[in-house]
Design a protein around this ligand. Structure first.
Ligand code: ADP
Ligand code: MG
Ligand code: MG
Length: 479
């Protein structure tokens, strides 16, 4: 492997010990006091918060690539919208996968049942997040890691990262550098989408429902959305219910309204439902199906959810596939450039060739199942064993992807219970760009880019889930 380049830090490192201790203590309190916080997993209490892991100063990121990713977002929104509405494409693309992946099959069954029964609502709301790593082997150009169409999180907390790190930069006497840190409009952008969908539903008394996990560790991120909506629109109520509660309390009215007790639901925002563990029994699947049949505008609707699977991402990266969904050749070219190699592992000639390729040079790849939420992938040297344990047909539940090799930045990662003073460590950052799209099959009401998030992990970790404990929230310092 080529030697990893190191990006220039925003200020010279290390910071003198006394200054570092002082500024870290202040930054932690700033984070808690501004809601850059989460519930503890190890010491859970719904009465307390810990600050969310964060990077003390903004991590360097190539400006040109940041701008490129932002400018592409509306095209990606439209692409995902078109994919979600292409029944034939979703069906053929997922055909082999649903035979062996039970979770995707369950989602697909919901989709087929709703198709047969008729959609209660033609409009869908997409709050998307397209994730990127800069790839050092291609001049640090951004490559798409994945696109999330369900529960795209951290828009709320991320909005507070630039102010947190600006505070730190000022404390350190570098206020002049704040101009290299872009503003972030993720929270207002994402909530604006939900409010717009609520208006489209046009029922002044109806509420927005957040479908949540049994325990919400990432509570602040969700509350930011809820409180922002209430602040902008004192007339809109937000309810929070688990899938189990929706099953118990929910029913459809005479015009397919989703009714929860005394409330009619205008918009359903899923912050749960993206992993098998969220469905404890058939009840939760029944609840999902009922919601999909309802008149409420779903974020995402089931077809948007399926459009966000890794298998669909892999299919879209095949030559000429984008032409099915995008007509402008310039746009096709621009989107094509952010794809890295993605390979099917179906039991086909191409699939078997990728299998052989993975066994031969595993360190070039990442192996991914149809799952969300981090911690599910297999990397490098672990790939051959994982693949050999699968039957030919079982491999169709997975895709293979080129390993993206990002440049390193240096900085301090601040975690609850972490060392004081913190040490300078090697980091890599993943950029997420949020997008909002609202429309039906042939009419898009709004489509915009909605801010960003930067999540940074130790360069030695394969994955950087913030909740999982390896990653930290961050914001970019544009070089
Ligand atoms: P999830 O839906 O679970 O978040 P991802 O595809 O985003 O799945 O993978 C999780 C993490 O794994 C990413 O955040 C990134 O850190 C790492 N990762 C995924 N794909 C690649 C890749 N092609 N190259 C390098 N790292 C990757
Ligand atoms: Mg994901
Ligand atoms: Mg991800």
């Amino acid at each position: 492997m080529a030697e990893t380049p190191i990006l220039e830090p925003c200020i010279p490192l290390p910071i003198a010990e006394r200054t570092l201790i002082d500024v870290t203590e202040k930054a932690k309190d700033w984070a808690i006091m501004h809601g850059a916080a989460m519930r503890s997993k190890t010491n859970f209490s719904s009465d307390t918060l810990n600050f969310a892991p964060f990077i003390l100063m903004p991590s360097s990121f190539p400006r040109k690539e940041f701008e490129k990713a932002k400018n592409l977002q509306t095209i990606i929104n439209q692409l995902m919208h078109n994919v979600a509405h292409d029944e034939e494409f979703l069906t053929t693309t997922l055909a082999e996968t649903v035979k062996v992946d039970e979770f995707t099959a369950n989602l697909f069954n919901v989709y087929k049942k709703v198709l047969a029964n008729g959609f209660g609502q033609a409009y869908s709301l997409g709050l998307l997040r397209s994730d990127y790593l800069a790839h050092m082997l291609e001049d640090n150009s951004v490559k798409q890691v994945e696109i999330n169409t369900i529960a795209s999180s951290f828009g709320g907390i991320s909005t507070h990262m630039m102010p947190l790190q600006s505070f730190v930069m000022s404390e350190l006497g570098h206020a002049d550098k704040i101009k290299y840190m872009p503003e972030n409009t993720a929270l207002s952008g994402l909530c604006g989408g939900m409010i717009k969908a609520w208006e489209v539903y046009a029922q002044p008394k109806a509420v927005i429902l957040f479908v949540i996990e049994d325990i919400s560790y990432n509570i602040c991120d969700q509350r930011f959305h809820e409180f922002y909506i209430r602040e902008q629109r004192p007339d809109i109520k937000v309810l929070r219910r688990t899938l189990t509660e929706v099953h118990k309390e929910g029913k459809l009215g005479p015009n397919k309204e989703l009714l929860l007790g005394e409330y009619e639901v205008a918009v359903i925002y899923f912050r749960a439902g993206y992993e098998p563990l969220h469905y404890h029994s058939q009840n939760e699947w029944d609840a999902r199906y009922m919601m999909e049949c309802s008149r409420a505008i779903k974020c995402p609707s089931i077809h948007y959810h399926l459009a966000g699977t890794k298998k669909v991402q892999q299919a879209l990266a095949q030559p000429e596939m984008l032409e099915r969904f995008i007509s402008d050749p310039e746009k096709i070219k621009a989107v094509g450039q952010i794809f890295t190699g993605l390979y099917s592992l179906d039991d086909s000639e191409a699939g078997n060739a990728s299998y052989e390729m993975a066994l031969k040079e595993p360190e070039r790849f990442v192996l991914k199942p149809q799952r969300e939420g981090g911690g599910n992938n297999v990397y490098g040297a672990d790939i051959p064993d994982a693949l050999r344990k699968m039957s030919r047909v079982e491999r169709a539940a997975w895709i293979l992807m080129d390993l993206i090799q990002p440049p390193i930045s240096k900085g301090y990662m601040i975690r609850p219970g972490g060392k004081s003073p913190p040490e300078v460590v090697d980091l890599v950052s993943e950029l997420g760009i949020f997008g909002v799209i609202l429309g039906d099959v042939d009419n898009v009401i709004c489509n915009y880019q909605a801010g960003h998030m930067l999540r940074t992990k130790l360069s030695t970790a394969n994955e950087g889930g913030v909740a999982a404990g390896l990653g930290a929230l961050d914001s970019p310092y544009l070089l």
